[in-house]
Write a protein that binds this ligand. Structure first.
Ligand code: MG
Length: 463
C-alpha cells in the first residue's frame, strides 16, 4: 500500500495514520475525547487523571495538544510529561497514580506516520476487548463533552526520564555494572530515548558515544531497529576503540536492538534472550512470557534453569503481559527487541533491556560476541501467503484449518492463528487484520529447513 493513500488504521494498539492526511489534530481531539469519556464511564470518577506523552516526532506537538484538549474537555485532568518514551508513560501512570495514559507515537514507523496509543491505570496496554471499546467510541464519536465548570486541568511534569531511570537503577546491580566502566555506543534515532538513554548509561558508569542523540524529532535513519537501518551504529562501534556494544532504540524507545563489540548486528531476537538469561541467572529460575512468534532460543535458555518455563501468548504487548502477570513472571517480551521487566513497568522498555544486558556482560566478563555465540542458533524465515486470488479474507479461516488438519499429529497451538511445533523447529501462521494475507514465520536450525516448513504450510492451503 502506498503510504499516501493509507487509511487511518484502528486496532488494539490504537490509531495510526499519515500526518496531515488521516492523522490530524481533529482525529487526536476526538480520540482524546473518546478515551476521556471511556475513563469517566468506567472509573466512576468525575475527574480521571491521565498522563500524556509524545515520542518526539515534530508532528507530535499539535496532536498532543489536541488530544489534551479532548481529554480536558471530557473532564479529565492531564499530567503532560512532554516528549517521553512509551515505557516512561507507563512508569508515570504509576508515579502519579493516574487512571490511564495516552501517548502520541507511531513507534518504529517512518516520519510520515503518527499515532495514538492508550494505557490503562496499571500502565498496561489495554486487552483487546477494552481496546475495541475505546476504538468503537472514537468511531461512533460517542464523546461526552463536559460543561464549562467540569473542564479538566493540565499540569506539567518534566521528570519522566529521571523517574524512569531511577526505577531501572533500583532494579539492577548498579555497582557491578559501574565497576566495568563499559564504553557503549547508543543510537536513539533522534527520538524520545535520547534523554533517558543517555542518563541511564551515565548512571551506570558507561562512557557513552551517542549517535543520533539529539532530540530533533527528525530521524537520523529509517527508524525501525533492523540490521539494514543500523549500519551507522555498526560503523560507530567499529570506530570506537574498546566499545563493549552498540544499542539502538526505536523512536518511542520500547524496542532495543544490539550490535556486538565487533560491530555485528546480533539480531533483534537476541535482546529478549540475553535479558532473560540474566534474570534466570539472578533468580536461579522462574517464569518467562513471550509471544508465539518469538524465537525458540528463550525456551532453550530457560531449560538450563530447573523449574523455569516460558508462557507462550498471542502476539501483542497486552497478551504477553496477560501471560506474564498472573504467573508472577520474572521477564517477558517479544522477539522484535521488546523486553518487559515487571519491576519497572508493564510496557516494553529499552532502558530495562540495556541495563539487564550490561548486567549480564558485567557478570560474565566475556565479550558480547562470545555470549551470543553460546546461544543456540536458528534461522528464521518470514513469508506472506497471498489469498486475494483464492477467495480473499473468506479464504483465511479454511486455510488455517487445513494447516491444522495437515499437522494434526504435531504439537499445535491455536491461541493466535496456528502454531505447529516440531522436534527441530516451528511454524506460526497468522492472518492479517486488514489484508487477505497470512503471515508465516518458521524457525529451524537451518534456513533450508525453515523454508521447507513454510512450503509445507503453503502447500496444504487449498487453491
Ligand atoms: Mg516502538
Amino acid at each position: 500500500m502506498n503510504s499516501s493513500e493509507a487509511p487511518l488504521m484502528l486496532s488494539v494498539s490504537g490509531a495510526r495514520g499519515i500526518v496531515g492526511k488521516t492523522m490530524t489534530p481533529e482525529v487526536a481531539a476526538a480520540y482524546g475525547g473518546a478515551f476521556g469519556s471511556f475513563l469517566r464511564a468506567t472509573t466512576g470518577k468525575d475527574r480521571p487523571r491521565v498522563v500524556v506523552g509524545l515520542d518526539g516526532r515534530i508532528s507530535g506537538a499539535p496532536l498532543a495538544a489536541a488530544a489534551i484538549g479532548g481529554l480536558t474537555a471530557t473532564g479529565c485532568d492531564v499530567i503532560d510529561i512532554g516528549i517521553a518514551m512509551t515505557p516512561s508513560v507507563g512508569v508515570m501512570i504509576g508515579h502519579h497514580r493516574a487512571d490511564g495514559g495516552l501517548t502520541i507515537t507511531a513507534s518504529h514507523n517512518p516520519i510520515e506516520w503518527n499515532g495514538i496509543k492508550c494505557l490503562d491505570g496499571d500502565g498496561l496496554a489495554p486487552p483487546p476487548a477494552i481496546a475495541k471499546e475505546i476504538v468503537d467510541r472514537f468511531k461512533a464519536r460517542r464523546i461526552d463533552w463536559c460543561g464549562p465548570l467540569a473542564t479538566g486541568r493540565v499540569e506539567r511534569d518534566g521528570s519522566a526520564a529521571r523517574v524512569h531511570v531511577d526505577r531501572v537503577l533500583a532494579n539492577v546491580d548498579v555497582a557491578l555494572i559501574r565497576s566495568k566502566r563499559f564504553k557503549v555506543v547508543l543510537d536513539s534515532v533522534n527520538g524520545s530515548g535520547c534523554l533517558g538513554g543517555r542518563m541511564l548509561l551515565a548512571e551506570l558508569g558507561c562512557d557513552v558515544e551517542h549517535v543520533f542523540g539529539e532530540l530533533t524529532g527528525i530521524f537520523g535513519h529509517v527508524p525501525e531497529p533492523l540490521a539494514e537501518n543500523l549500519t551507522g551504529l555498526a560503523d560507530a562501534v567499529r570506530s570506537t576503540p574498546g566499545a563493549a556494544c552498540g544499542f539502538a532504540q526505536d523512536p518511542d524507545a520500547d524496542r532495543l536492538a544490539i550490535v556486538d563489540e565487533r560491530g555485528t548486528f546480533i539480531g533483534e531476537e537476541c535482546t529478549l534472550v540475553l535479558a532473560a538469561q540474566r534474570m534466570l541467572q539472578r533468580t536461579g529460575g522462574g517464569t518467562l512470557a513471550a509471544n508465539l512468534s518469538t524465537s525458540r532460543m528463550i525456551d532453550d535458555v530457560a531449560a538450563r534453569y530447573a523449574g523455569s518455563r516460558v508462557v507462550r501468548t498471542a502476539v501483542g504487548e497486552a497478551n504477553v503481559v496477560a501471560g506474564l502477570r498472573p504467573a508472577d513472571g520474572i521477564l517477558g517480551g517479544e522477539g522484535n527487541g521488546g523486553v518487559i521487566f515487571p519491576p519497572v513497568c508493564w510496557v516494553r522498555d529499552s532502558l530495562s533491556a540495556m541495563a539487564l544486558v550490561l548486567e549480564l556482560l558485567a557478570h560474565e566478563g566475556k565479550p558480547l560476541s562470545q555470549l551470543v555465540a553460546a546461544l543456540p542458533r536458528y534461522a528464521m524465515v518470514k513469508r506472506k501467503l497471498e489469498l486475494a486470488a483464492v477467495g480473499g479474507m473468506a479464504a483465511v479461516a479454511p486455510a488455517l484449518a487445513s494447516v491444522k488438519a495437515r499437522f494434526a499429529n504435531e504439537r499445535i497451538s491455536d491461541v493466535d492463528g496456528v502454531r505447529v511445533d516440531f522436534a527441530d523447529g516451528w511454524v506460526h501462521l497468522r492472518a492479517s487484520n486488514t489484508e487477505p494475507i497470512i503471515r508465516i514465520i518458521a524457525e529451524a536450525p537451518t534456513a533450508a529447513r525453515a523454508n521447507e516448513l513454510c512450503d509445507e504450510c503453503a502447500k496444504s492451503v487449498p487453491g
